[in-house]
Structure formats: C-alpha cells, structure tokens
Write a protein that binds this ligand. Structure first.
Ligand code: G4P
Length: 290
C-alpha cells in the first residue's frame, strides 16, 4: 500500500518557521492524542533548538485515557518538553495552557513584561485552529474539515501577555513509515484521495481487533470477532447494509463507514499507538544546506 501526500505549501511553512525562529519563545506542538508519534513532525525537535515546547495531546476525548496518560509521562521525560492532554473544543482544560507557557518562559508574558511569543505548530487537521479559537475565546482562526485548510500565517494577541503565531499545516516531506502513514490516514489527517480506504481500514481493523475487541463487538453487535480483519470488515458491511446487488458486501463502502465512525469516536475511545510500541523516528540531521 502506498500513501504519498506532500502538498507544496508544507515546504513553505518549514521555511517560515526557520525565518520566525528568533522571534519565538516557546512552541506549542499540537499532536493527535490517538497517534502522538505518527502525528509529530520529526523536524521540530531539530528546528526548535533549546526553546521549550509544550506537546498538546489534542482530541484526547477520542483517545484511550490510560494510553494518553502514558504518552504524557513519556513526553515529560524529554528535555525542555511538557505534555498536556487536551480537548481543544473545551474551554475549561484549554485554560491550563497560558499558565504553563508562563511557567516555562519566566520573565515574559506577565504584568509589565514583554509579551510571550508562542508558535503553534502541527500537522493539518490536528486541531490547531480549534485550539486557537478556544484560547482566544472567539472565532479567529479558520476551522474546517479538510486537511490543510489553514494556509496563511497569522498572529493573534490573546490579551493576556501571550502572542500566538499560527503556521500552515506541516507534515514531514516523505511519509516513509507506511505504518505511521496508515494511522494518520485512519485519523483523517491525510487527504482521502491520497490513500486506499479499504487497505487503511483493514490495517486499522486488525489493530483495533487486537487492542479493543470489546469496542468493535459492541458497536457492530458481533458475538464473536472473526479472526481475519477482512472478515471483520465484511461483517461490519453486512450489518450496516453496505451491499452490492447480489447481496455481496461493498467493501469500499464498509471501509468508509468504519473510518467515519472511528474518527467521530462512535466506536469508542481508541488510541492507535502506544509509547514504546515502535522505535521512535530518528530525527533527520539539519545541515547547513537545508
Ligand atoms: P487544524 O487547524 O489543525 O487543521 O485543525 P482544525 O482546528 O480545523 O480541526 C480539525 C477538526 O478536528 C475539526 O472538526 C475540529 O472541530 C476537530 N477538533 C479539533 N480539536 C478537537 C478535539 O479536541 N476533539 C475533537 N473531538 N475534535 C476536535 P471538523 O468536523 O473537521 O470541523 P467542524 O465541523 O468542527 O468545524
């Protein structure tokens, strides 16, 4: 299965980050709590240097809470990094963020001090605009259901000593890890035309059958889970009336339905990866010529 998605503007946003770096005090990296490793941009670790970083594990309302806590502990061990689990649509828990920013950059953002300059970064569709809107308390950044809808950098004064810079969506140039790319596709972070829906669904069904069998059984009223993911998907299609004439299952429709229900949380709170489950990606070396 090949997943290859590299909209041109991602190159541009990388250059923007490098250009703005001297004017940034702290990064907020928005990750998808369901797949914090695959939704991370491996370049940020190199680009940010010594600057502190808050990893926001967003969409935690859709993720398995035990696994999200394990990710927070995992990230908190990294140098200069703090992690927070978050539902960006909920103003109550977003309120913790400005406090943590001030704590990590003492001397900025307080009364009579210079503003604290924060850059929000993350791959498309991970919830950056939603987070900014919730932080700002009103609609300021555009929010939408298609990956990469945010296209222009913008600066937002939160009027609490914090200046936010937004960047267009940023994904690493080559999705060379197909397993991670598959999780990204399942989560909705990759444009639907860039991957094979049935193949991604089958991979995801296999993972969920293994890690969260009871959720699948409950949602699709399956007394027993078939052993093969193809059979599980067929059974889902049959139960949901995804059929072609002659009564055969329309696998593509079943796959679309499954991904839709997964993304909206209807199957349950599911994490698609766990700390230590796979080797974390090597950070590419930043060279003078890059
Ligand atoms: P982006 O700027 O990083 O590209 O992402 P954006 O804020 O546009 O969010 C993408 C989708 O994710 C939006 O849904 C948004 O509502 C949803 N979202 C953001 N944060 C959270 C969260 O913490 N939990 C959940 N469950 N969803 C979140 P949409 O359906 O595509 O758009 P809309 O109908 O909400 O406008």
């Amino acid at each position: 299965m090949i997943i290859d998605w590299y909209p041109g503007h991602m190159k541009k946003s990388r250059a923007q980050i490098i250009e703005m770096l001297p004017t940034i005090d702290l990064f907020i990296e928005v990750l998808d709590a369901r797949l914090p490793a695959s939704s991370a941009n491996p370049l940020l670790g190199k680009l940010r240097g010594e600057k502190p970083c808050i990893k926001v594990l967003n969409k935690s309302d859709l993720a398995d809470p035990t696994i999200t806590n394990a990710w927070v502990t995992h990230f908190d061990k990294q140098q200069g990094v703090r992690a927070l689990s978050m539902d960006a649509t909920d103003r109550r828990n977003v309120g913790l963020l400005p406090k943590l920013c001030r704590k990590l950059v003492p001397g900025r953002g307080g009364k009579g001090q210079k503003p604290l300059r924060v850059m929000i970064i993350g791959i498309p569709n991970v919830g950056k605009s939603t987070l900014i809107n919730t932080l700002a308390g009103k609609k300021m950044a555009r929010v939408g259901d298609k990956p990469a809808i945010t296209t222009c950098p913008q600066q937002i004064d939160l009027r609490n000593g914090i200046l936010l810079s937004d960047t267009p969506g940023l994904l690493w140039p080559v999705l060379d890890d197909q397993a991670g790319a598959c999780r990204l596709a399942a989560s909705g972070a990759i444009g639907d035309n860039a991957f094979d829906t049935t193949a991604v669904s089958l991979e995801t069904v296999a993972y969920i059958s293994n890690r969260y069998p009871a959720l699948l059984q409950k949602r699709y009223k399956l007394n027993e889970l078939p052993y093969k993911s193809m059979e599980v998907l067929e059974e889902i299609g049959r139960r949901r009336g995804c059929l072609v004439s002659g009564g055969e299952v329309d696998l593509h429709r079943a796959a679309e339905l499954f991904l839709r229900e997964l993304r909206s949380g209807k199957i349950g709170r599911i994490s698609l990866e766990r700390p230590g489950e796979r080797a974390e990606k090597e950070q590419p070396k930043e060279t003078e010529s890059e």
